[in-house]
Design a binder for this molecule. Structure first.
Ligand code: PLP
Length: 405
């Protein structure tokens, strides 16, 4: 008899449920001819958020010269522009060699974990998180340890919980700021607190700042790397969200702070980045123009701007559903809403999302997919036009009125 071909044991604890089994069901329903409203993925372009024209022009213009591989860390113009941005933001002591371009932040997240972790090493990750972080730690043989973010305090990380979970196996702290899925933008006080913890316990800071310019009202983003020179800090950002070209797969990471302590780890990062030869070259040509050009994202988030209006309206409507509440997001593209367990005693939020999909043809993501410990949250993307959001939240309202598990 033929052997069953199995996946590797390394994948035993790896999951990425944003594109998981529920999406398969959505595809099946689409094949049956149903139209599914997909508010599950933060992908701006399909909702009519077009990239700045000058970025597209730059990629087209440079296409003929972008046919070959480039330096493993990326092309000069992109790294130079990122370096200058570090200077403007008060991230000290970054030179070209500290900057790596990747095929999206996603690739670099996996790379940084693969290069660092030995079996059983621990990584502090927020709950809720962007689940790629947890998956990358597990894939690398590490142990994800989740610290809580506090819904009562606008989803700021609970520093006492974070510190209590540090052990002699802990290697680093991941922060996502502005946050996916909660929309929190961390205060200077919180960031200072995290930086001091990293310094005290000799931990690496991994700062996922891919939403750094998607901010509402008076929210201000402070790069944690600007608050420490004594801890090693790796900051991640990219073109997918702020510049709306998620399909270009272009992101970067910046190493700052205690680099002198990390020569061996940096050698590991260099090995992995050269093993994948280089990141997609044509899209790297967008980086200099993106960072140095007209910041059209500011129009979208300003009062009266499209993203801002959608956030306001979606947040208002979601909070009108009985038993549903949502902290107002101050950054990013998502509402992370709470279903009061007294009103909705749900055993499985995955089942709820499946039932919502089948009954209303609306696709959201369950909170537990973000490693949130209880089945009492849902995440919704507020990228569609207001009319579509109104329709979607109307469907959710209607569904919840009759829902029982
Ligand atoms: N980090 C966070 C917090 C995200 O929300 C996402 C995408 O949704 C990514 C990283 C992945 O970004 P990229 O498209 O650069 O791989």
């Amino acid at each position: 008899m033929k052997q069953i071909i199995r996946k590797s044991d390394k994948l035993a604890d790896v999951c990425y449920d944003i594109r998981g089994p529920v999406l398969e069901e959505a595809k099946r329903l689409e094949e049956e001819g149903h139209r599914i409203l997909k508010l599950n993925i933060g992908n701006p372009a399909p909702f009519g958020f077009e990239a700045p024209e000058e970025i597209l022009q730059d990629v087209l213009l440079n296409l003929p010269t972008a046919q070959g591989y480039c330096d493993s860390k990326g092309i000069f113009s992109a790294r130079k522009a990122i370096m200058q941005q570090c200077q403007q933001r008060g991230i000290a002591n970054v030179d070209l060699e500290d900057i790596y371009l990747g095929n999206g932040v996603s690739e670099l997240i996996v790379m940084t974990m693969q290069a660092l972790l030995n079996n059983g090493d621990e990584m502090l990750i927020p709950a809720p998180d962007y689940p790629l972080w947890t998956a990358a730690v597990s894939l690398s043989g590490g142990k994800p340890v989740h610290y809580l973010c506090d819904e009562q305090s606008d989803w700021e990380p609970d520093l006492a919980d974070m510190e209590a979970k540090i052990t002699d196996r802990t290697r680093g702290i991941v922060i996502i700021n502005p946050n996916n899925p909660t929309g929190a933008v961390y205060s200077k006080e919180t960031l200072e607190g995290i930086a001091r913890l990293a310094e005290k316990h000799d931990l690496i800071l991994f700062a996922d700042e891919i939403y750094d310019k998607i901010l509402y009202e008076d929210a201000q983003h402070i790069p944690i790397a600007s608050l420490t020179e004594d801890a090693l800090c790796i900051t991640f950002s990219g073109l997918s969200k702020v510049y709306r070209v998620a399909g270009f797969r272009s992101g970067w990471m910046i190493i700052s702070g205690a680099k002198h302590q990390a020569e061996d780890y940096i050698e590991g990062l260099n090995i992995l980045s050269s093993m994948r030869l280089c990141a997609n070259v044509p899209s790297q040509h967008a980086v200099q123009t993106a960072l140095g050009g007209y910041q059209s994202i500011n129009e979208l988030i300003a009062s009266g701007g499209r993203l801002r209006e959608q956030r306001d309206r979606a947040w208002e409507l979601v909070n009108q559903i009985p038993g549903v509440s949502c902290v107002k997001p101050r950054g990013a593209l998502y509402l992370f809403m709470r279903l009061d367990p007294k009103v909705y005693p749900i055993a499985s939020d995955r089942q709820l999302v499946l039932d919502l999909l089948r009954q209303e043809h609306l696709l959201l993501v369950e909170g537990t997919a973000f490693n949130w410990p209880r089945p009492d949250h849902l995440r919704m993307v507020f990228l569609p036009w207001v009319e579509t959001l109104e329709q979607a939240i109307g469907k959710l309202h209607h569904f919840l009125q009759h829902y029982e598990q």
